[in-house]
Ligand binder design. Structure first.
Ligand code: C2E
Ligand code: CA
Ligand code: CA
Length: 786
């Protein structure tokens, strides 16, 4: 991975451009500086050369000025007559005046042999001893040799002849080469100068300089021979000039300030640096703007994609209308976005919706429930789940086909949606024929009331493809926080309540912990069941069937009871379905048959000879061996005939496999067993179909007796069922009679027999006999009987 991986495209572009500019600017800057420095060096050199010429010129000029002054004095009449008379005082005073006028420090009069005759006051000591060599040279006009070192001080001398009219002597004048001369020089040339002198081989002595500070002495010296010097931190260029002088040597060091010379260049350089800096800043800003302009659409696309990544599919993608590469890229992204959004929608649909009914599925239901309970925690308002399961849906599917089953589920979904209306937060299909409803601000009791209402509304028959279907469903109710504190188990609890409602045939139930243990224990129940059979925990109860008109006992239905040593009385619906599933029902039916035969013998012993009914399950009906086995058992009791037994078969058991059922039923009827259609009206068979079976009796399901007196509908159904059954030569039994009014209404409808709690609950054989003793004496008067 490169180092620049994290840097944006824009900054990288700007970085490259700015670096390039810096490179170019640096090249320009340094080459310009180089040129300027070269130019400055030449300038320094030139200025020192010019300085040297000016110095020489200054020396010549001074010599001429001095020469003129000496000539004026030499031709002065008074001076010449003073010489003529030998008046030394006058000569000296003339010399004094002339020297003062021109600023010479030495003025003297020499005789023809260059012997000093008169001099200004300070001069005589200075000049003594040097005139013999200096005089002749000057007299010959060798101007180059007009310098002399006298007592360590360099002087410039001139000689003028004194004629009267013949040559009588010489006027000699001189002034020192010192700081004054250096300053004059500096004024003229702008270059500083320092003078040094030495006598013979003695060391150099400084004799005067135009430099202000005294510090120059440390760095400027003829012997150092340097061309560069530093004084007080400033740089100087220097040049040494040696001038011959009588009695020694003179050195002039010309000093020129480099900084001063360089000043305009330095300023130029500073301007150049500032310009470069300003240029870079401007360029950087402009490049940033330009790069941003180029990369902005890319950055927008990048932002859009990262929002896409986070699942936000509504993000607007900019730049799709552009004609360039960015536009093409943006359009590509847009297409990808639409594709992804569609795909996600489809996935969501599959994941959270039931495709058949268009209702939310189990997953969505589960999520929604979790959410509403989370929300309800703060307000602690109850949330209730109602689960429902269609009764006998499987046989419908099997008999009328899956396509029809699907249509039926769709119709049920539609009906539920309408019925639950605004009261439901969500109606979902969990699977198969399981539906579920979430109710907000509803407790279990209110939920149960609603479930009861919906259950009734669902009972209205449904017409599909010309088939009229009687719908019914079992409802289970569980609520938060009453039934459980965990949303996850709430559905489970409602399911348990629903199973219990179905098992007990009560339509709707609210969850109770006891149901939970019943279903949890159902597995161990099955193993227990085998033991129960062997150890006599099973008992047979009898419920009487009496004639509706007279109240005369006409028969009894045998109902199995399991008296569990620990759990007490276990209702048949809690174990018979399991027995059916495992096939254990065969043994159970066998046991019941034997027990019924025993009971019949017991009743006979008390002079009661009535047919006893027993219930067969679907499995029994599909068992081709059943008739043979029953006959085999019957052989144990020679007194009993098959006609002493009535076999109750539910409508749905027949419809499970109509062909085989019909075969078994015909065989049983041929042997003389009486046959009864149990729970009639709850299935989907028609009387026309049942007519073709060798059946003797119809038992109208007890659900039709509910609200029998007040609702016309159920009464009408029972009335027409009774009429039709009589037309087909079948006797009709109404089961589940719980009150006298129903009893009388049934009698009014010419229903043959009745069975129900109003007469008595199922009873053990002994109790049954005692009940009958009472009943026989006061028929149709249960107050006495109970
Ligand atoms: P079922 O054959 O429809 O039996 C009638 C049920 O209605 C019995 O429930 C009975 O106690 C109840 N019942 C009688 N009168 C009334 C009444 O006035 N009101 C109400 N609400 N209910 C009344 P039970 O004994 O709990 O049996 C339930 C079901 O268990 C039976 O329904 C039957 O399908 C099955 N079952 C019972 N014993 C056996 C058996 O020995 N073998 C088989 N295979 N199934 C049995
Ligand atoms: Ca029955
Ligand atoms: Ca029944």
């Amino acid at each position: 991975m490169s180092v620049t991986a994290g840097v944006s495209l824009a900054s990288r572009l700007v970085l490259v451009m700015v670096l390039l500019l810096l490179l170019i600017q640096a090249a320009v800057f340094f080459s310009t500086r180089e040129a300027m420095q070269r130019q400055a060096a030449t300038e320094i050199e030139t200025s020192l050369e010019v300085g040297e010429r000016i110095l020489q010129r200054l020396l010549v000029q001074d010599a001429e000025r001095l020469g003129d002054a000496a000539s004026v004095l030499a031709s002065d009449f008074g001076f010449r007559s003073a010489i003529g008379t030998g008046d030394t005082d006058t000569i000296e005073s003339a010399l004094e005046n002339s020297a003062a006028r021109i600023g010479a420090s030495v003025a003297s009069f020499l005789d023809l042999r260059f012997q000093l005759l008169a001099a200004t006051r300070e001069s005589s000591a200075t000049l003594r001893g040097t005139l013999e060599t200096l005089g002749p040279a000057l007299a010959e006009g060798r101007h180059d040799d007009d310098l002399a070192i006298l007592q360590g001080v360099p002087y410039q001398f001139v000689l003028a002849p004194v004629r009267s009219p013949l040559l009588v002597g010489w006027v000699m004048m001189g002034f020192p080469v010192d700081a004054t001369l250096a300053r004059d020089f500096e004024r003229l040339s702008g270059t500083s100068a320092a003078f040094f002198a030495r006598m013979g081989d003695e060391p150099w002595q400084s004799v005067g300089a135009s430099l202000e500070s005294d510090n120059w002495r440390y760095t400027i010296h003829p012997e150092r021979g340097t061309s560069k010097a530093t004084i007080d931190g400033a740089s100087f260029a220097s040049r040494i000039l040696y001038l011959p002088a009588a009695g020694g040597e003179l050195a002039v060091v010309l000093v020129r300030s480099i900084d001063e010379l360089m000043a305009p260049f330095t300023r130029l350089q500073q301007v150049l640096a500032v310009l470069t800096l300003v240029g870079i800043v401007c360029f950087t800003l402009i490049s940033l703007l330009a790069a941003a302009r180029v990369t902005r659409p890319l950055a927008q696309l990048t932002r859009a994609t990262s929002r896409l990544e986070q699942g936000d599919f509504d993000v607007r993608i900019e730049g799709t209308d552009r004609g360039d590469e960015v536009g093409r890229l943006a359009r590509g992204f847009q297409n990808m976005q639409t594709g992804l959004a569609n795909q996600r929608e489809e996935i969501m649909r599959l994941a959270y919706w039931d495709t058949l009914t268009g209702l939310p599925n189990r997953e969505q239901f589960r999520r929604c429930l979790g959410e509403v309970i989370d929300a309800a925690r703060s307000s602690s308002k109850p949330v209730t789940v109602v689960l429902l399961d269609l009764d006998r849906f499987k046989p419908v599917n099997d008999v009328l086909g899956y396509a029809f089953g699907d249509r039926l589920l769709q119709a049920v979904a539609e009906r539920l949606r309408e019925q639950t209306g605004a009261s439901a937060r969500m109606v979902a299909r969990l699977d198969d024929d399981h539906f579920a409803i979430i109710l907000l601000n509803t407790d279990a009791r209110q939920g149960d009331a609603l479930a009861a209402q919906w259950q009734q509304q669902l009972l209205l028959p449904l017409t599909l493809d010309g088939h009229t279907i009687d719908l019914s469903a079992s409802f289970g109710v569980a609520s938060w926080p009453e039934s459980t504190d965990h949303p996850a188990t709430l559905i489970n609890r409602a399911e348990i309540a629903m199973d219990a409602a179905k098992a007990r045939g009560v339509g709707h139930l609210v969850y109770e912990p006891s149901m939970d243990s019943a279903s949890l224990q159902s597995l161990s129940l099955l193993t227990d069941l085998r033991t129960a059979l062997d150890t006599g925990q099973l008992q047979l109860y009898l419920q009487p069937k009496v004639a509706a008109q007279s109240g005369k006992l006409v028969g009894a239905e045998a109902l199995i009871r399991w008296i569990h040593p620990v759990r007490g009385m276990i209702p048949p619906m809690a174990f018979i379905p399991f027995a059916e599933q495992t096939g254990f029902i065969r043994q159970l039916t066998q046991w019941v048959f034997d027990a019924v035969a025993d009971a019949a013998m017991a009743l006979r012993a008390h002079g009661l000879s009535i047919p006893l009914s027993l219930n067969l399950s679907t499995r029994d009906l599909l068992d081709v061996q059943l008739p043979a086995r029953l006959l085999d058992r019957l052989a144990q009791h020679p007194v009993l005939r098959p006609s002493d037994f009535c076999l109750e078969i539910t409508e749905s058991a027949i419809m499970e496999d109509p062909k085989r059922a019909r075969h078994t039923l015909i065989e049983l009827a041929e042997h003389g067993f009486r046959l009864s259609i149990d729970d009639f009206g709850t299935g989907h068979s028609s009387l026309a179909y049942l007519q073709a079976l060798p059946v003797h009796e119809l038992k109208i399901d007890r659900s039709f007796l509910r609200d029998f007196v007040t609702t016309d509908r159920n009464r009408l159904i029972v009335k027409s069922t009774v009429e039709l059954a009589h037309a087909l030569n079948l006797s009709v039994v109404a089961e589940g009679v719980e009150d006298e009014t129903t009893m009388q209404a049934l009698a009014g409808l010419h229903c043959d027999d009745v069975q129900g709690y109003w007469i008595t609950r199922p009873l053990p054989v002994g109790a049954f006999l005692s009940w009958h003793d009472q009943w026989r004496r006061h028929p149709l008067n249960p107050a006495h009987a109970r």
